[in-house]
Design a protein around this ligand. Structure first.
Ligand code: MBD
Ligand code: FE
Length: 286
């Protein structure tokens, strides 16, 4: 039972006026996008008979989303960030740029400025009794498989509470804990010495979790480690791996899991020689 008012002259003129569609001032691309998004919203209100109370609930929700600083978290949870990846993958495929480590979402928790080291970096700055040592190592290659020296590999991940430094609600972590950057060596090799992460959960009182609750969804991610890989003359890669065996691997609220991003976790000994906190440690080659 729609009022079917959307296509009326009055409403169409209102949309054009509100976005200054025919005016000379403003930014054409922005005006085009704003007009389309506002039109889609008006049409949805008409088609679904969205009530004034429902519209104001949405407006008030946006205020809470901003107060909580969670717009990017919500974008991940609604699959918007994943959608952008799907589109970039399709562009690459059409350009014949398949292969290599798959991209996946950045998420909202990267912080620039971790200390850059050569080849190897130990990134666990704070003690964490509940996390065992983890060595992450690998070789950066170009799309032909040739090792890339002087590439920069950045990584960041959560602690054993699922919290990231700079965003830890307990205030417990040193800045740049579990965040690192290394320049690859002559054979493209890099290594991070760190501690095993635990999966992230959305802040329980936050706007994102509130919306997910209303959808009947959870707001949890499997344990994972994020990466940026950059090198001169190359596009930057944004990716992650998941910790094998996490029960949420195929139930990530942010849809980041992909085949090819679940490397084996290997048990090793000799951690004391690497300066780790235990002789036995886990190693992931990525
Ligand atoms: C994370 O750690 C994350 O990676 C994403 C995508 C969303 C929320 C928290
Ligand atoms: Fe994350």
């Amino acid at each position: 039972m729609s009022l079917n008012i959307f296509n009326s002259k009055e409403v169409q003129e209102l949309l054009a006026a509100a976005t200054n569609l025919e005016g000379a001032e403003g930014t054409p691309r922005f005006k085009q996008i704003a007009h389309r998004l506002l039109s889609d919203l008006f049409k949805a209100i008409d088609d679904l008979d969205i009530t004034p109370d429902e519209v104001w609930a949405g407006v008030n929700y946006l205020n809470k989303l901003g107060r909580d600083g969670e717009a990017a978290l919500l974008a991940a949870g609604l699959g918007l960030e994943k959608y952008l990846d799907i589109r970039m993958d399709e562009e690459d495929k059409r350009a014949g740029l398949d292969g290599g480590t798959p991209r996946t979402i950045e998420g909202p928790l990267y912080v620039a400025g971790a200390p850059l080291r050569d080849g190897v970096s130990r990134i666990d700055l704070d003690a964490d009794e509940n996390a065992g040592p983890l060595v992450i190592r690998g070789v950066v290659t170009d799309t032909n498989g040739a090792p890339l020296a002087n590439a920069v590999v950045e990584c960041w991940h959560a602690n054993s509470n699922g919290f990231y430094s700079h965003f830890d609600p307990t205030g417990a972590q040193t800045d740049f804990n579990l965040r690192g950057a290394v320049k690859t060596g002559p054979n493209g090799e890099y290594e991070f010495r760190t501690l095993m992460p635990v999966g992230y959960g959305c802040p329980p009182q936050g706007a994102t979790q509130q919306l997910l609750d209303t959808l009947g969804r959870h707001g949890n991610r499997p344990a994972h480690v994020h990466f940026f890989v950059s090198a001169d003359q190359h596009r930057k890669l944004t990716t992650q791996f998941n910790i094998e065996g996490d029960p949420l691997i195929w139930d990530d609220f942010a849809y980041a899991t992909r085949e090819g991003l679940i490397p084996p976790v290997v048990e090793k000994t000799g951690g004391d020689k690497l300066g780790l906190k235990a002789d036995s440690y886990k190693e992931i080659e990525f």
